[in-house]
Design a protein around this ligand. Structure first.
Ligand code: RTP
Ligand code: MG
Length: 148
């Protein structure tokens, strides 16, 4: 089954949104495969956001994502990578639709509450950066037959 890497950013943690965000993905029918509260080192932040290294906002981005604890998560389910991105909403919260996480809670592009992998390649790379193999749990959920 497909897996993605999602992370409540430091602003989402400070604004007490971890529970709401976890609830949305649980209620949708996705399965949590791993999660931890952690502080990101500058080295990990630079690796995670390596694709943006040449962008003018790279320094601010790294500074922000390392500025406080984040809630890192691995979620599993059919088409979870693209569906989670839809549930997050557009990168800039001013363009994100109501009903999406960024649309409901975000105000600026720099503090947009949540990160989600944007492709299968990103998901694989980011899950390996943030989780050891043994931190991802493979288990059955009783409600799976009522979802699929
Ligand atoms: P993310 O990687 O954090 O899930 O966000 P995303 O895919 O929706 O957006 P991406 O293009 O990957 O950009 C990464 C993060 O950089 C910040 N950003 N700032 N100042 C700016 O113009 C600007 N553009 C992007 C955002 O916080 C974005 O989430
Ligand atoms: Mg991105």
């Amino acid at each position: 089954m497909e897996k993605t890497f999602l992370m409540v950013k430091p602003d989402g943690v400070q604004r007490n949104l971890i529970g709401d965000i976890v609830s949305r993905f649980e209620a949708k029918g996705f399965k949590l495969a791993g999660a931890k509260l952690m502080t990101i080192s500058t080295e990990l932040a630079e690796k995670h956001y390596a694709e943006h290294k040449e962008r003018p906002f790279f320094g601010e981005l790294v500074e922000f994502i390392t500025s406080g604890p984040v809630f890192a998560m691995a979620w599993e389910g059919e088409n979870v990578i693209a569906t989670a991105r839809e549930m997050m909403g557009k990168t800039n919260p001013t363009e994100a639709l109501p009903g999406t996480i960024r649309g409901d809670y975000g105000m600026t592009v720099g503090k947009n509450i949540i990160h989600g992998s944007d492709s299968a390649e990103s998901a694989e790379r980011e899950l390996a950066l943030f989780f050891k193999a043994e931190e991802l749990i493979d288990y059955m959920k009783q409600d799976a037959t009522w979802i699929y």
